[in-house]
Write a protein that binds this ligand. Structure first.
Ligand code: GLN
Length: 479
């Protein structure tokens, strides 16, 4: 049993399926030849990329870590994966996650929890979630980069816990075609890698309009955003906003200290740091946990055992309702069932006004908070430049922590009492999701009191809609 425990400890459980190693070698050999001939397909030609298991691939099953889709193989491939292949990248396998993207620690998976080896002692740490498998694969240098999805923080939180870069683009940048929907108005595909440079290379390789995704930004809008945003890029130094509402009581000391250190670091580099206010931040979390489950309850209604996926045979009967219920009961995990029930309630005639409609209003206010502080107006929704007044005191980017703490112990999060405890972990990431703006988490090593190195802390940079360029520029200062 000691051996078993050891094996277990060494097992990161990052992958659900993996390409046979000989095939990886063969693809890498072909890419090497192209590079030698100076004929490479792109700057990521021959690079190993891992894909979260809610993004459809034809070569591997796409399980969403759910019993419902345990054996499901998609007949087509997601656009982002096709784009990676065109760029010459090697799709190495599919990564473990929280079922359907619902969770913050990658523990809600039929394949077992993802685990991150701790720096001291035998205890494993939470990898964060829901893209925890992708985060661990990157952190352990198993791949060059990984794709994840971020609905309310599922790329940034695991990036923060695992000490890597995690980037969620503006909503509508990367195609969602072939990405299994959780909450479609919030879902984004994003990139996890060691370093901002790699993250950016992968983003550039796959960022394009996709006619198959109706929410994908069309070329005209992309050009307009570039044009309008580009006009304001004279100054070398940045104006960086520090939102006071993110300085909440629940921030743990290493996180608060690291945030403060980074403020000094940026000032020393000649950037201007300004206090800002995003007054509706407090309500963002509750709005998110109404909207995301509401959309999920609708998106997951198709997993009823009729068309595809898991079907409960035992209780099969001609009565559809009887077939649906046992199928969903055995095919979906408890967290997913909880979200569906919450969402169905929020949309019910008795609750819709007080929950769903209110949450939509809060969502608009959260976006307006951001529009009020950025120098750049939100060019997606306006073509008029800001009035002079609102530009004064405006900022290029916002800097805040990604998570309340460094990675907690895996055993502790597994035994957590109420699901609310884990929902709270998303408080610093959901505002950018509700607003649809780009955000990136960059790792900073936090020092302990006695000057020893401790665990990584994620610092998050947010920018105006479509302004990935300024976001990457600011994130680069940390490297
Ligand atoms: N933890 C959040 C949730 O469970 C975020 C998930 C995500 O971004 N996919 O909803």
């Amino acid at each position: 049993s000691a051996r078993k425990a050891l094996e277990k400890k060494g097992h990161l459980n990052a992958f659900i399926s993996l390409k046979p190693i000989e095939e990886m070698f063969e693809e890498a050999r072909l890419a090497d030849l192209r590079v030698a001939d100076q004929n490479e397909k792109s700057r990521i030609d021959g690079r190993l990329i891992a894909i979260k298991d809610n993004i459809c691939t034809t070569g591997f099953p796409t399980t969403c870590a759910s019993e419902m889709l345990r054996n499901y193989v998609s007949p087509y491939e997601a656009t982002v994966v096709q784009n990676l292949r065109k760029a010459g990248a090697i799709i190495m396998g599919k990564t473990n996650m929280d079922e359907f993207g619902m969770g913050s620690h990658s523990i809600h998976s039929i394949f077992g929890a993802v685990s991150q080896p701790g720096p001291v002692g035998p205890s494993a740490l939470s990898a964060g979630g829901s893209s925890g498998g992708s985060a661990v694969a990157v952190a352990a240098s198993m791949c060059y980069a990984a794709l994840g999805t971020d609905t309310g923080g599922s790329i940034r939180l695991p990036a923060s816990y695992c000490g890597i870069v995690g980037f969620k683009p503006s909503y509508g940048m990367l195609s969602r075609w072939g990405v299994v929907a959780y909450a479609n108005s919030l879902d984004t595909v994003g990139i996890m890698a060691q370093g901002v440079g790699r993250t950016r290379l992968v983003f550039e390789a796959i960022n394009s309009h996709d006619p198959n995704d109706p929410t994908s930004l069309i070329p005209g809008t992309r050009e307009r955003l570039l044009d309008r945003l580009g006009k304001n890029k004279k100054s070398k130094s940045l104006r960086i906003g520090i939102p006071q509402e993110y300085n909440i009581e629940e921030l743990t000391p290493p996180v608060r200290t690291t945030w403060a250190n980074m403020i000094l670091h940026l000032q020393n580099r000649g950037h201007r740091v300004l206090p800002i206010s995003l007054p509706h931040t407090r309500h963002a979390l509750s709005a998110y946990y109404v909207l995301a489950p509401a959309e999920a309850s609708s998106n997951l209604a198709k997993y009823d055992g009729v068309r595809y996926g898991h079907r409960e045979e035992k209780d099969r009967s001609d009565n559809e309702e009887i077939l649906f219920a046992p199928t969903r009961k055995s095919g979906l995990g408890s967290e997913v069932q909880r979200r569906i029930i919450m969402g169905a309630y929020a949309l019910s005639s008795e609750a819709i006004d007080n929950y769903f409609i209110q949450a939509q209003k809060v969502r608009r206010l959260v976006r307006k908070d951001f529009d009020d502080v950025f120098i750049q107006p939100n060019w997606l929704v306006t073509d008029k430049d800001h009035s002079r007044e609102s530009r004064i005191g405006g900022v290029d980017v916002i800097m805040a922590p990604t998570a309340l703490s460094t990675a907690p112990l895996l055993d502790d999060v597994k035994s957590e009492g109420s699901p609310l405890d884990s929902y709270v972990n998303d408080v610093l990431t959901v505002p950018a999701s509700l607003a649809g703006i780009p955000a990136i988490s960059v790792p900073v090593m936090a020092k302990t009191e006695d000057g020893e190195w401790s665990l990584p802390v994620g610092i998050q940079i947010m920018a105006q809609y479509g302004d990935e360029a300024t976001m990457f520029k600011a994130a680069g200062i940390f490297e």
